[in-house]
Design a binder for this molecule. Structure first.
Ligand code: KG4
Length: 337
């Protein structure tokens, strides 16, 4: 256990947190959403520039709120991947600088391990556990038989679910990030549009979202060409039923196949109200414990990175100062860098 400063900059949130013996002392998040909204999605070059502008401010605030000095830190942790290459570099350079200046170890943290361990702020893990990771950049089912033991048993073969929400929202004229307005509008709509279930009948636990996105885009364009008005709320409901339905279907199958004791949701899309309700209902039917993270730790933050870093500090997982980022880092290779 130790005092650790954690930094996160993998996508469009610049974040820093301080943790002391597993107790969170500060959690500062500066989001770039308002800037990227103008473009309907994250612009990588702009994200990197904004991280570079904000990183020192966010770190300073996190240290001030935690009321500790840099000299008191035992380590500095940073998200090394996956994420946007330029964005990751900003966080890594800041962490390396602090590591060198204060002569403290540098801890490389896997972003998705962070999303999973965010749940530790609210509940204890019970193994074997299935982590359903649904975010803007990743969609995977991760089996955990112990702490820091990750086995990817299924993943998307193309787009991530959050990316699909964001692209569907864009074609419907809804703001970025699309998950939030779709979630809201779906509550007012009916499932009146027929959208095929991806990978239907296929004997796989894998998921797919690219075809679903294309189906919505084609349907909207066809309706527009015929001069028919798209009922946006109905489209949101029809899309969400299929998108979330696929995650639920794969989770049920995985729970049965791997006989897990607990299911946890992780990542930005776990903020989705329909996913939260349906997953709870289905897991209750199967008598499997379901844990859902509070909204504050669903989307990107550094508190989740700090949680993993505490474990890695105890395991003495430290990186040399010539560490590089890995935009495609796999969670089952979290200790290879
Ligand atoms: O985990 P996250 O902050 O970023 C990555 O690490 O990728 O996830 C962001 C994603 C976006 O695609 C956003 O549309 C989605 O999470 N999201 C939601 C909801 N809130 C955020 N998707 C569905 N329903 C929501 N309520």
């Amino acid at each position: 256990m130790a005092k650790i400063l954690a930094i996160e900059s993998s996508c469009d949130e610049t974040a820093a947190s301080v943790i002391n013996n597993g107790v969170l002392l500060s959690n500062i998040v500066s989001t770039q959403i308002d800037v990227h909204r103008k473009y309907g999605g994250v612009m990588p070059e702009i994200a990197s520039r904004l991280h570079a502008e904000n990183i020192s401010i966010v770190i300073k605030e996190a240290m001030e709120e935690a009321k500790i000095s840099f000299e008191e830190l035992d380590a500095v942790a940073v998200t090394r991947g996956p994420g946007l290459i330029g964005a990751l570099h900003v966080g890594l350079q800041a962490a390396k600088t602090i590591s060198m200046l204060y002569n403290i170890p540098l801890i490389p943290v896997h972003h998705l391990a962070g999303h999973i361990y965010a749940n530790e702020y609210v509940s204890e893990f019970k193994f074997p556990m299935l982590a359903v990771v649904v975010s803007g950049g990743n969609t995977e089912l991760v089996l955990m038989k112990d702490h820091m033991d990750f086995e990817i048993i299924a993943e998307t073969v193309d787009d991530a679910i959050g990316e699909c929400y964001d692209k569907v929202a864009r074609v419907l004229g809804l703001p970025y990030p699309g998950g939030i307005p779709i979630d809201k509008l779906a509550k007012e709509g009916k499932h009146s549009y027929d959208l095929p279930t991806p990978l239907k009948g296929a004997k796989t636990l894998n998921l797919s979202y690219s075809g679903l996105k294309t189906n919505v885009i084609n349907l909207v364009h066809n309706l527009e060409q015929k001069g028919e008005k798209v009922n946006v709320a109905d489209m949101c409901k029809s899309f969400q039923d299929v998108a979330v339905g696929l995650v639920i279907d794969r989770t049920i199958k995985a729970v049965k196949e791997y006989k897990v004791n607990q299911v946890i949701l992780a990542g930005g899309v776990s903020a989705n109200s329909y996913l939260r309700e349906e997953m709870t209902k289905e897991m209750n039917k199967l008598n499997v414990e379901i844990k859902i993270p509070p909204i504050w730790c669903c989307t990107d933050n550094a508190a989740m990175i700090a949680k993993v870093a505490t474990r890695l500090y105890d395991l003495k997982v430290f990186a040399p100062l010539d560490l590089g980022v890995d935009p495609n880092w796999k969670i089952d290779e979290w200790n290879k860098f």
